[in-house]
Design a protein around this ligand. Sequence first.
Ligand code: UT7
Length: 335
Amino acid sequence: MYNSKIAGLGFYVPENVVTNDDLSKIMDTNDEWIQERTGIRERRHVVKGEDTTTSMGVKAAQKAIERAGIDKNDIDFIVFATLSPDYYFPGPGVLVQRDLGLKTVGALDIRNQCSGFVYGVSVADQYIKSGMYKNVLVIGSELHSHGLDMTTRGRGVSVIFGDGAGAAVMTREEDPKKGVLSTHLHSEGEHAEELSLIAPGMGKRWVTDIIGDADPEDTSYFPYMNGQFVFKNAVVRFSEVIMEGLQTNNLTPTDIDMLIPHQANLRISQFIQKKFGLSDDQVFNNIMKYGNTTAASIPIALTEAWEAGKIKEGDLVVLAAFGSGFTWGSVIIRW
Ligand code: UT7
């Protein structure tokens, strides 16, 4: 048995900055509402044709591999988390294998939305723990902007989400007291439709149905979110799963050096911070700059926190996520 650790981190966001004021020119919204309810000031949107979910993931991965100080041919396995894949199938994992020019290593796609990166870290951790793989590349990447309803009808969702990618190279750690100490994953499918994109899917409406109906009122191919219901569940599940991780390792909230919550809403992060009595130095948020980037939000935030020197060797780092599914999870890391 080994432990796993994060050996290299990288992120990539498209250059195109979209401010709240920019959005207020195309839909009935305003900077005050968005900042007050979510904390978001701006987000990045891919300019059509310039990037895809895969290409952003590849750029983040290249940085992570470089920082891990390994050769790309030492990657044993790819895990790719996204809700916005380039193709309906195959998933982006194999496209990363191709575009990075890796050996024919396995590639796994994860569909756990905002919890995708946490699920990915958990999978990589288990493969490394068992000794099956030594270096696993975990990517979270999202291109939301092209699939959102950018009219007043969709404003409850479209102002929140942004594009970007983050990646981590996870590798073997020989010291059992260091690296990933535990991961905790949960789901509650009873609430699957409360934050979802129903079509195109085999269950309800397929592409031919959508085209055949050509119904301008059809919103089934845009994401739907019951915001207040999701918010209420998020604060409870975030708290539970962080405590579960701490208790498993005989730790308490005072032991946390850095909490990286999934960047869903600044108000959710602030609620958690207050509940656990953490200072501003113990929680990292960057939703103000990037909005909610779903599977990419934790690796982007983790990379930025690390680049800013806010994570040092020996620190207790906690990752926590909640989102569509519902799914949620946490990762406890001794850096
Ligand atoms: O990452 C996955 C997990 N996601 C989350 O955890 C998100 C959780 N939910 C939230 O963060 C919040 O519920 C939102 C930020 C999405 C919404 O905030 P809210 O305080 O729950 O607002 P609401 O949806 O109840 O809407 C309040 C009002 C409504 O108007 P009326 O009915 O009161 O007249 C909306 O139509 O705000 C209106 N509204 C907007 N106004 C201006 C909704 N979106 C906008 C907008 N600009 N973009």
